[in-house]
Write a protein that binds this ligand. Structure first.
Ligand SMILES: Nc1ncnc2c1ncn2[C@@H]1O[C@H](COP(=O)(O)OP(=O)(O)OP(=O)(O)O)[C@@H](O)[C@H]1O
Length: 618
């Protein structure tokens, strides 16, 4: 180890076990020896020259955990301090130990909140903080997609239990804390013993039923994130839809009263329409049927445009209004409802929020998008636009999204391409989302994106919000890009844009940025496809775990990714940058210490194969 690491480790031990507290000189842990060569007590370097494990269990440590010093040791994967008397907080700086896979702090006197930064340790597989005095809410550890165990019993933690991915957890225990609210859906994976001793916790698998929530009025934007309960979402979905329906039906009744029967559905027939604005005319020219739900005076501001689609041939707005609707989810840019029409067609209706776009521009935009067809882009079935409301209608895709595929509801597939460990590999083997399928998703999405970009470049319409939940799997399990063009460049958050600029050549201004943002986002999807891990916090995950390591890559290694489809079928700009990211990610992700310069391509493949990293592909 370097002198800097040695110094930092000595500092760490001085803080957690002060020299005057009776520590044994034979332990090493001094500046004159190397932690690996001299085998410092509790240090394991596993045949390499860098510290991988520090295990200091049951040795009466009586100080504080100095994470700033500890995490100078970048290679640290396992930290175990079980059954000591370590006190104070778990510091935010623990997130500097970015390769940490196992964190065992059970049986100490830790106090205070768990640091939010814990959720950035996305290599973590096992966390044990049981039998301490931690308090406050849990950070959102559901972001750590490879987590196998979370043990936090016998603390003073409070708030609601976040929605972990319980299907992936092998061990989970939060008993004897102060958690409140409903137990998240554990899908039968864990019994009551994991939750006992939290007096304000309710719902399955505990025997205390939760109070039934009263029907909730339409939530205001400020309230929207406060509920995590599925039931609440469903109720509020019904409430919102009921309000929309009442509003729209009210408008229709008003229109009928005022103008008599002649206006009621006359506009349904295109030929019978009165003259309208140029944009309305354009829409009719494009073989669409359009009908209004407002009085003629406001018709322009509130019409459902049904685009030509055999699936909903003859669908009328009333059909949409009458059909039962279910709230599927709330995204950053709106709410999605599943609407079942009575002719067994199921639609997805996206209600977009806070999009300040004029009615005409919205229509033109939808029209342009609709003109470009690609088998891997989900077509818009219909749209609706008024001052207050924008709705987009798509065919509902029963097979869910790529996000879901990768994040593992077993109903579909496992999220593991490259198994994190043998146990998980075997567990999920039967329903693997195989490498070939992933390449198909990557190539089809790239081709579709390339075409959309090419055709819509002059109009400045990029996707704007490309991510794995917007890649839907159609009935043949082929990917379809959904919600193309629903976000404009000015809506991008600053951090995201800065991140994009830092990795792309910075020749672009204004609307070009959003095309680059798509390419960046596509890279994120590739990473997720390759690793099976979510890249949720784009800025930090990518910066910390991926992009930094590109700098250390030997160009020869790039050829490793020859298992990708031929470059011509991928979007050309992706080939170099993302292949580099791919390879570096493999190394980062699996904590591999190999000298990239010294190892040849063939050897590398064998090495990765032996490490069970490429066993899907080689
Ligand atoms: N046409 C569709 N068929 C089936 N599921 C869909 C369809 N469109 C979206 N979904 C799914 O519904 C859920 C909610 O979608 P929504 O677009 O509202 O959220 P999001 O994609 O997470 O966020 P954002 O608002 O940023 O796009 C997501 O899981 C998404 O994959």
């Amino acid at each position: 180890e370097t002198v800097e690491v040695r110094q930092a480790l000595v500092q760490f031990l001085d803080n957690i076990y002060p020299a005057n507290a009776g520590r044994d000189a034979s332990w090493g842990w001094n500046l004159s020896s190397d932690p690996c060569d001299a085998r410092w007590k509790g240090v394991d370097c596993r045949g390499t020259s860098s510290v991988r494990k520090i295990v200091l269990d049951e040795i009466n440590l009586t100080g504080i955990l100095d994470a700033s010093s500890l995490c100078v040791t970048r290679s640290l994967a396992v930290l175990s301090l079980n059954d000591n008397n370590v006190f104070g907080n778990l510091p935010e700086e623990i997130s500097n130990c970015s390769r940490l896979t196992h964190l065992y702090l059970s049986g100490n006197n830790f106090t205070g909140n768990l640091p939010k930064s814990l959720s950035r340790l996305n290599n973590l597989k096992r966390i044990d903080i049981s039998n301490n005095r931690f308090s406050g809410a849990l950070p959102d550890l559901s972001r750590i997609s490879g987590l196998l165990s979370f043990l936090a019993e016998n603390n003073q933690l409070s708030g609601e239990i976040p929605d972990f991915d319980f299907s992936n957890l092998a061990k989970f225990n939060v008993s004897y804390n102060n958690f409140s609210g409903p137990v998240p859906n554990v899908d039968g994976h864990f019994g009551p013993s994991s939750f006992l001793g939290n007096p304000e916790l309710c719902g399955q698998p505990l025997s205390i039923a939760c109070p039934t929530p009263p029907p909730v009025p339409a939530p205001t934007p400020a309230k929207k994130k406060h509920s995590s309960s599925k039931q609440y979402l469903i109720y509020s979905g019904y409430a919102i839809l009921a309000l929309i329906i009442i509003f729209l039906v009210g408008c229709k009744v008003f229109k009928r009263k005022k103008h008599g029967a002649k206006n009621s559905m006359a506009a349904e027939n295109e030929s019978s329409k009165p003259s309208s604005t140029s944009s309305d005319s354009k829409i009719r020219e494009g073989s669409r049927s359009e009908f209004s739900i407002m009085s003629p005076a406001t018709r322009k501001s509130s019409s459902l445009v049904v685009l030509s689609s055999p699936m909903v041939n003859g669908m009328q707005f009333e059909d949409l209004l009458r059909a039962p609707a279910e709230l599927v989810g709330r995204g950053k840019h709106g709410t999605l409802y599943k609407v079942a029409l009575n002719n067994s067609v199921t639609l997805a209706v996206k209600r977009i929020k806070d999009w300040e776009i004029s009615r005409d521009n919205f229509k033109k935009r939808m029209q342009k998008i609709n003109e470009v067809k690609h088998a891997n882009v989900l077509p818009i079935v219909a749209y609706y636009c008024s001052e207050q409301e924008k709705l987009l209608v798509y065919e509902f895709q029963q097979n869910g999204s790529l996000f879901r595929l990768l994040n593992g509801k077993p109903k579909y597939f496992s999220w593991h391409l490259i198994p994190h460990s043998l146990e998980l590999h075997n567990f999920y083997k039967s329903e693997m989302f195989d490498w070939g399928s992933r390449l198909n998703v990557a190539a089809s999405t790239a081709n579709a994106l390339a075409l959309m970009h090419q055709e819509l470049h002059n109009d400045g319409i990029a996707h704007g919000n490309l991510k794995s939940s917007n890649i839907l799997m159609n009935k043949d399990m082929d990917p379809c890009i959904s919600e193309y063009g629903l976000k404009m460049v000015e809506n991008h958050d600053e951090q995201f844009t800065t991140q994009i600029e830092s990795i792309m050549d910075s020749d672009s201004q204004g609307s070009k940025k959003i095309f680059k943002a798509d390419i960046y986002s596509f890279g994120v999807i590739l990473l997720e496809l390759l690793t099976g891990k979510l890249v949720q916090n784009r800025a930090s995950d990518l910066a910390n775990n991926v992009l930094n390591s590109i700098l250390h890559l030997s160009p020869a290694i790039i050829s490793l990714v020859s298992f990708l489809p031929p470059p011509k079928c991928l979007y050309p700009k992706l080939t170099t940058t993302y292949q580099r990211i791919f390879v570096s990610w493999i190394f980062q992700f699996h904590n591999l210490d190999v000298s990239l310069q010294e190892i040849g391509f063939d050897q590398l493949l064998i090495f990765l194969h032996n490490q069970r990293i490429l066993d899907q592909t080689t």
